[in-house]
Design a protein around this ligand. Structure first.
Ligand code: AMP
Length: 290
């Protein structure tokens, strides 16, 4: 497993693998690796003969007052974890200066139309930071497939549109959300939770699980509000949970739905604060699929 820290070396390494006829997969992460990331790497290995994991805490996707400075960073621990897991050919761990050589970026990649719902309004500029850094990573590595988690469902939908619209020639693959034993979605931010908050945090998973059941069972048209109301009621059972949004949207356009119609692909999603810690969870489901 090769550790790469410059953009130029990343480009050269990927180019060499491509010349050998390998199919390339890239798994972008911000490090502090957990089982969710491990599932992405395993999927990448299935998809391609050459796997690169990037580890970069991307400053441009953090808003003022967000956790850029406190975000957990442990490159040595992450490298050990990837060695142990196996199947990774290269780790790209650049500095901020390497990724943003001109300082504050002067060119951005922005996807329109999918960022005005769910997390978008609550994290202004976040998705522009994500699409800009992923575009840079795709340009440096030129992977055949980029592997991302359904945990960040809105991000996944936005990146698919970016790759298609801008002709990256990179397939964007989605991996189902990996969860702790009690259902809480694995996240690097779970480490911020106090014992009491951690005990209540599985309420997000309970809410999306209930939404999944209601939507999958919708064999007749029904108001989306039924699902949103049920999710809110479940989140209300956790005294420390402060929901930021609870929404049922179309799985492709991410626009809020009034009604759920059998056969429709739907995303049920929520963001919840526990103190200063913001957690998200969501589920893709086809209405009436049983
Ligand atoms: P992050 O390091 O949090 O930026 O996440 C890097 C990638 O891992 C993103 O594509 C996430 O969607 C994905 N990911 C994070 N948590 C999970 C999870 N619990 N299950 C599956 N994928 C995840």
């Amino acid at each position: 497993m090769q550790l790469i820290q410059t953009a130029e070396a990343m480009r050269d390494e990927a180019e060499a693998a491509r010349r050998k006829g390998r199919r390339l997969a890239l798994v972008p992460t911000m490090g502090a690796l957990h089982d969710g990331h491990r599932a992405l790497v395993r999927r990448a290995r299935k998809e391609a003969g050459h796997v690169t994991v990037s580890i970069f805490v991307n400053p441009t996707q953090f808003g003022p007052g967000e956790d850029l400075d406190t975000y957990p960073r442990d490159l040595d621990g992450d490298l050990d974890a990837l060695e142990t897991l196996g199947g990774v050919d290269a780790v790209f761990a650049p500095s901020a200066e390497e990724m943003y050589p001109l300082g504050a970026p002067q060119a951005w990649v922005e996807v329109e139309g999918l960022t005005d719902t769910l997390n978008g309004p609550h994290r202004p500029g976040h998705f522009r930071g994500v699409t800009t850094v992923v575009a840079k990573l795709f340009h440096l590595c030129r992977p055949h497939v980029g592997v991302f988690g359904e945990k960040d469902a809105q991000q996944l939908v936005i990146l698919r549109r970016m790759a298609r619209e801008l002709h990256f020639g990179t397939e964007v693959a989605g991996v189902p959300t990996q969860r702790e034993a009690d259902g809480l979605a694995c996240s690097s931010r779970n480490a911020y939770l106090s014992e009491e908050e951690r005990a209540q945090a599985p309420v997000l998973a309970e809410a999306v699980c209930a939404a999944h059941g209601l939507i999958a069972g919708a064999t007749e048209e029904q108001p989306a509000e039924t699902v949103v109301g049920r999710m809110r009621a479940i989140l209300g059972n956790a005294p420390l949970a402060e929901p930021q949004y609870v929404a049922v949207v179309g799985a492709r356009d991410l626009q809020p739905l009034d009604a759920i119609v059998p056969g429709q692909d739907v995303l049920a999603a929520t963001a919840v604060f526990f103190g200063d810690t913001r957690l998200i969870d969501n589920v893709f489901v086809t209405a009436g699929s049983g």
